[in-house]
Design a protein around this ligand. Structure first.
Ligand code: PLP
Length: 284
């Protein structure tokens, strides 16, 4: 693979960052993952806007504007002949002597980007649906910032796998916040879509926003509020959204089947609508 590091495109074997990088020492960095379908970026604007929000919230400075960022993404897609998968972009506060206090503002950020192939449209998980378990949400209080501090979600995923499931939904004060790397949704018996309202407790998913717009455009009702694991288990359908899974059905929660225990009709329809809309709105 050809990867991007601080202004240069290099073979992955030649790419390096400093051992003093604050991303490495303090998880002092943020990232974005943008899906690629048919060699084109899906909703790059949304991901770029969230990147800037994360940078602002952490007082990090990046000297690249959106056109430059888009160009990096496109060049990586071209150089790696990527048809379907993702572009990962990471920005950290750069390298400096180890100190909890931030280094001087002129310390250049470290910018790294690479591609990864992934079958997104024809994903077996979309057909089979996911089994999830619930776990307490033990992450920090600013989950709206997309930081590289991902140890708890990794632990949650491992715990899910250990228990024969695919993923975990995280619960705080009795209500589901989100999945370990996705937003969580249910469909009630009136076919209303329910997903938690935005706050600092969860990531403001780009896919969540698009799915919500599509649902409303197709006259589906959407309610933004928290729900319990019990309500989710008793729902008609459950699903999750993220940039590279798009819309994945959830067929069981803590070993209890949701609905028929099969991917639901509305979930399938939303996945289809999302794919159609993404291919239509394709970045030129
Ligand atoms: N929630 C968390 C914790 C995530 O890591 C992600 C990203 O994968 C999402 C939600 C979904 O966000 P998006 O749709 O922007 O990929």
């Amino acid at each position: 693979r050809t990867v991007y590091v601080n202004g240069r495109y290099v073979p992955e074997s030649e790419a390096s960052v400093s051992v003093f990088d604050r991303g490495f020492l303090f998880a002092d960095g943020i990232y974005e993952v943008t899906a690629v379908l048919k060699g084109r970026l899906v909703d790059f604007e949304g991901h770029a806007a969230r990147l800037h929000r994360s940078l602002n919230e952490l007082n990090m400075h990046l000297s690249l504007n959106d056109n430059a960022l888009r160009d990096i993404h496109r060049q990586l897609i071209d150089k790696n002949a990527l048809q379907e998968g993702l572009v990962y972009l990471q920005v950290t506060r750069g390298a400096a002597d180890r100190d909890f206090a931030y280094p001087e503002a002129q310390t250049p950020a470290t910018v790294v980007a690479f591609t990864q192939q992934k079958a997104i449209i024809d994903s077996p998980l979309a057909e089979r649906g996911l089994k999830v378990i619930s776990l307490p949400d033990m992450r920090w209080g600013r989950r709206d910032i997309k930081t590289v501090q991902l140890l708890y979600p990794s632990m949650a995923k491992m715990e899910a796998k250990k228990r024969g499931a695919d993923d975990a939904w995280l619960v705080e004060s009795g209500l589901v916040t989100e999945g370990s790397s996705s937003n969580a949704w249910i469909v009630d018996h009136d076919n209303t879509l329910i997903t938690r309202e935005l706050s600092r407790s969860l990531l403001h998913g780009i896919t969540r926003r698009t799915v919500m717009q599509l649902a409303k455009a197709h006259d589906m009702k959407v309610e933004e509020r928290g729900f319990t694991i019990k309500e989710a288990q008793n729902a008609r359908e459950a699903f999750m959204t993220s940039a590279t899974s798009l819309v994945y059905p959830v067929v069981s929660i803590d070993q209890r089947p949701v609905g028929e225990g099969q991917p639901g009709e509305i979930t399938r329809a939303l996945r289809r609508l999302y794919i159609e809309a993404s291919l239509e709105a394709m970045d030129a």
